[in-house]
Write a protein that binds this ligand. Structure first.
Ligand SMILES: Cc1ncc(COP(=O)(O)O)c(C=O)c1O
Length: 304
């Protein structure tokens, strides 16, 4: 399926099948890779990567948290991303960029300090089905028994592969109970986030979302905060309880891949999906992504 796809690795376009790391590489064995997933949209001015610079800033933040040295400049990474999008003829899809230790080592710390960079790009529909965007237009959510990683144990703001065992377990657990996506509570029992999504609820016309301390600093979440300010939709970041989830008027997840994803049920609590406030934000966000709102052209990094 991917036979004619190309993955950019350390400056070279590599055939999909040849893009390999050693089984004993530190990043494979210990999950020490850091990564970013970015979205690509066809806009009025051409194909664009959404908030590319902000993704690279977050990547730099992840690298600092892991004491890892990214071998390439921000400018070089930007060129690599654009080149990969073009080489794979992606106009609407995703880019995944991974920074990793390819070297062999048995110690818990990487003993070979070589760092590699890989960039892959995928087109929705052609390369994979995103059922979320088809029949799964609405999410169902349940509170997982697994708590979100505590920021005193690992840097939760780092988008590091090893941190994803946590949402993987949570998602497997709620899937078994018939729900699509988990909501993870933090170790104090407050709402943190979804598996790979931020959580928003609406109560009496006010949008509420978790505080940033325990969650990934999501680019989509930041965008929605800005959109709420623009549209004069009242918003607060606060400690939310499971009871708040069960008593809300509307709810949605957000992320690079699902954008604004209305939730139609949180455990037994049925919700309108999309509710009026969610729909307003969803529509405005779609206009921004299509390049229809001039003020936000700065969020769209054109590929050509
Ligand atoms: C744990 C977690 N939270 C939230 C998000 C949403 O972040 P973004 O909007 O930057 O995609 C992600 C993205 O994958 C994630 O992994």
């Amino acid at each position: 399926m991917f036979s004619n796809r190309r993955i950019w690795i350390d400056g070279k376009m590599t055939a999909f099948k040849a893009a390999k790391v050693h089984i004993l590489s530190h990043s494979f064995a210990r999950g020490s890779g850091i990564f970013e997933v970015m979205s690509v949209y066809p806009t009025d001015n051409g194909v664009a990567v959404f908030r590319l610079r902000d993704h690279l800033l977050r990547l730099e933040h992840s690298a600092r948290d892991l004491m890892m040295k990214i071998p390439l400049s921000r400018n070089r990474l930007t060129q690599a991303i654009k080149q990969t999008v073009r080489a794979n003829r992606v106009s609407h899809g995703l880019v995944k960029l991974i920074v990793f230790y390819p070297g062999f080592g048995l110690e818990v710390i990487p003993t070979d300090d070589k760092v590699s960079v890989a960039v892959a790009a995928f087109q929705f529909g052609r390369d994979f089905n995103m059922s979320k965007f088809g029949e799964d237009r609405f999410a169902t959510a349940a509170i997982s028994k697994w708590r979100k990683l505590d920021p005193r144990t690992v840097p939760v703001h780092a988008k590091a592969a090893a941190n994803y065992l946590n949402p993987m377990l949570a998602k497997l657990e709620v899937r078994k109970r018939g729900f699509k996506t988990p909501v993870l509570l933090d170790t104090d029992g407050f709402v943190a986030e979804g598996a790979t999504e931020s959580v928003f609820i609406v109560k009496n016309g006010r949008v509420l979302t978790s505080r940033p301390e325990h969650i990934l600093l999501s680019i989509t979440r930041m965008s929605i905060l800005q959109i709420c300010a623009d549209l004069k939709v009242p918003l607060a970041q606060k400690k939310l309880t499971p009871q708040d989830l069960r008593a809300c008027d509307e709810a949605f997840f957000s992320s690079t891949t699902c954008k604004v994803w209305p939730i139609c049920r949180i455990e037994n609590h049925k919700l309108p999906a999309p509710g009026p406030v969610s729909l307003k934000l969803q529509n405005y966000f779609d206009l921004i992504l299509a390049g229809k709102i001039k003020k936000y052209h700065k969020w769209l990094e054109l590929v050509d």
